[in-house]
Design a protein around this ligand. Structure first.
Ligand SMILES: CC(C)(COP(=O)(O)OP(=O)(O)OC[C@H]1O[C@@H](n2cnc3c(N)ncnc32)[C@H](O)[C@@H]1OP(=O)(O)O)[C@@H](O)C(=O)NCCC(=O)NCCS
Length: 195
């Protein structure tokens, strides 16, 4: 699907935000793949998208051009029990987020992330986590502005050898939350890392 540059009739404030639904696969999955793979060194296979969208399509949101309905932005999430916590917690995960380059800096990703967080909160998520490349300043700023904290540095996490941060947003005032320990770099430690 062709990328439409912003114009007076397509102010980012006028975009349509919709929840993904399986009936939209034919219309939007190719555009979702194209948008996300543009900024990836290693494109995901179609099965990766289907893994997320078949099970958690209700946690995927699209930003669409108001008239052409071209895809402008997308967020893909999942929500699963995190069994290494005792008692198990419900952990949301932001797997993919992308906004078409001509539309960046207008709050579109912020809106999509808030929609994802809201959908996971409604489904009783305890926390939302994600990984982002340490050099991805726009993504780091976006998530930290929304309250995400750095929980772990993942050295050489990506295939291209670059490192990542795991970020976490705590959604509940779980007991002990304010007692989280921090490492030397001021990052919160996972419970299973605390000796
Ligand atoms: C990271 C990415 C998703 C951000 O998308 P975006 O739509 O530009 O993000 P936003 O507009 O919500 O936020 C970006 C900036 O615009 C600012 N902004 C928010 N609303 C705004 C508005 N109405 N008008 C102008 N600027 C606005 C935000 O304050 C933010 O500034 P910051 O640098 O201080 O955080 C986008 O750069 C992208 O697709 N990158 C490639 C893929 C990627 O890296 N994905 C993340 C992987 S984890």
């Amino acid at each position: 699907m062709a990328e439409t540059p912003p114009s007076s009739t397509s102010h980012p404030g006028n975009l349509k935000y919709i929840r993904y639904d399986h009936s939209l696969e034919t219309k939007y999955l190719p555009a979702i793949r194209a948008l996300i793979s543009k900024d990836l060194s290693e494109p995901y296979s179609i099965y990766v998208y289907r893994y997320f969208l078949y099970q958690w399509g209700h946690l995927c949101f699209l930003a669409l051009h108001p008239t052409t309905e071209d895809l402008i932005g997308v967020i893909i999430c999942k929500l699963e029990p995190h069994i290494s916590h005792s008692p198990p917690t419900l952990r949301g995960y932001i797997a993919m987020l992308a906004v078409s380059s001509g539309y960046r800096g207008h709050g579109i990703a912020t809106t999509l992330v808030k929609m994802g967080i809201e959908a996971m909160t409604q489904r009783n998520a305890d926390e939302v986590v994600l990984e982002t490349e340490e050099t991805n300043i726009p993504a780091m700023r976006l998530y930290e502005r929304l309250g995400f904290l750095r929980s772990k540095k993942l050295h050489r996490y990506y295939l291209n050898g670059s490192s990542a941060y795991r970020l976490v947003l705590l959604l509940k005032n779980a007991e002990g939350e304010e007692d989280r320990d921090f490492d030397a770099e001021g990052m919160a430690l996972d419970e299973d890392e605390i000796s």
